[in-house]
Design a protein around this ligand. Structure first.
Ligand code: CP3
Length: 340
């Protein structure tokens, strides 16, 4: 698998590529299956349909890896927080974690109940071509905690930050509970067929540097070290979004560092390129325009070159209104321009 070879910094015939959020609303095929499922969460629960949408971008775009179709928020859901996706508004939890009593009520061993995710992984792996990799994933403890504490997406992270500064021990207890669940969750994903695993820290950039290192990166590293110890051959990818200013403080035991689009790729290469394989980082909005897209590709490949150590991706997820033809063209373009 060229994607897995690249994660291990082995020589590959071209730079492999996949796209964050490559399964989703920009594909009419996805919308058709989602309609059949009824709701987004019902689609996550139905392994047969989730397998179908996981495979769609591999067939349509010819990317080098599939990422399992699910959501980071199924973990808090199984920890006892009822979840709803409200159209136009995003995810909402009816219960929140604000007090130590709330935290104590969180269920343990939730990862054992995520059988629909494991079923989707094994079903997908059995249908996926042998040369395509299958990626499992989870959210970071900090990013999951913000949803559990706020109850929904947030621009200010009011309750999470209040807890961080006024009751750090409570926040840490929640983060540690999540960390234990996520270790078990990624382990079972690997056992079910994931060839690599990725941790999404989408709201990394909400925190100042020292708070970030203490309340998020520390737990990301703990999860990564646990996986590397138990599954040394499975690549671990970490994606902290919005921390371009803290790259000199990034360390730990993992394979691939996901570079978001707001981080200059040369800066990531300078600080981290010799230690970690870099993944990224085309600004997704460049896909609105073919010329802007090609300029972005050329810039990234001019920095990362054709040497081992780079996986092409967007610097954040596909947007629902991006033209699919441009996504297809991107995959072909990267493959041609990076061919050794
Ligand atoms: O193709 C893939 O990348 C795999 C599937 C995937 C989804 N969510 C499906 C999804 C992955 C990897 C995620 C991760 C995820 N979910 C993150 C981290 C990555 C990131 O984008 O920063 C976060 C923060 C979430 C939480 C979440 N899920 C939000 C905020 C939303 C609503 C926002 C929106 O785009 O509407 C979701 C819903 C969601 N997750 C959709 C999909 C395809 C859209 C649901 C729909 O069909 O309406």
């Amino acid at each position: 698998m060229i994607f897995i070879d690249a994660c291990k910094r082995e020589e590959t015939p071209y730079t492999p590529i996949w796209l964050m959020r490559q399964a989703g609303r920009y594909l009419s095929e996805y919308q058709a299956v989602r309609k059949k499922a009824g709701s987004f969460l019902d689609l996550c629960f139905d392994s047969k349909l989730a397998t179908e949408v996981t495979l769609q971008p591999v067939d349509i775009l010819d990317v080098d890896a599939a990422i399992i179709f699910s959501d980071i928020l199924v973990v808090p859901l199984e920890m006892g927080l009822p979840l709803e996706f409200i159209s136009g508004e995003g995810p909402q939890f009816k219960r929140t974690i604000r007090t130590s009593k709330d935290a104590l009520e969180l269920k343990k061993d939730a990862y054992k109940h995520l059988t629909y995710v494991y079923d989707t992984l094994s079903m997908t792996r059995s249908k996926l071509p042998q040369d395509k990799a299958l990626i499992g994933f989870c959210g970071s403890p900090w990013t999951l905690a913000t949803y559990m504490i706020e109850g929904a997406g947030s621009k200010t992270y009011t309750y999470s930050k209040k807890m961080l500064y006024s009751n750090p021990e409570l926040l840490k207890s929640v983060l540690q509970k999540l960390t234990e669940e996520l270790k078990g969750y990624l382990s079972l994903q690997i056992k079910a067929g994931a060839d690599a695993v990725m941790v999404f820290d989408s709201w990394a950039g909400a925190l100042e540097r020292e708070a970030y290192l203490e309340f998020s990166w520390k737990y990301m590293k703990e999860i990564a070290a646990y996986i590397k110890k138990n599954f040394p051959h499975t690549p671990v990818m970490l994606f902290p979004k919005g921390i371009a200013g803290y790259l000199d403080r990034i360390d730990g035991e993992f394979d691939v560092f996901g570079v978001d689009w707001s981080t200059p790729i040369e800066s990531a290469q300078y600080h981290l390129g010799s230690k970690y394989v870099l993944q990224g980082n085309l600004e997704p909005a460049r896909l609105y325009d073919m010329q802007a897209m090609e300029e972005g590709v050329d810039r990234i490949l001019s920095v990362m070159g054709k040497k081992a150590g780079h996986i092409f991706n967007l610097g954040h997820g596909m947007l629902p209104d991006l033209p699919r033809e441009h996504a297809r063209a991107l995959v072909q373009m990267v493959r041609e321009k990076s061919r050794r």
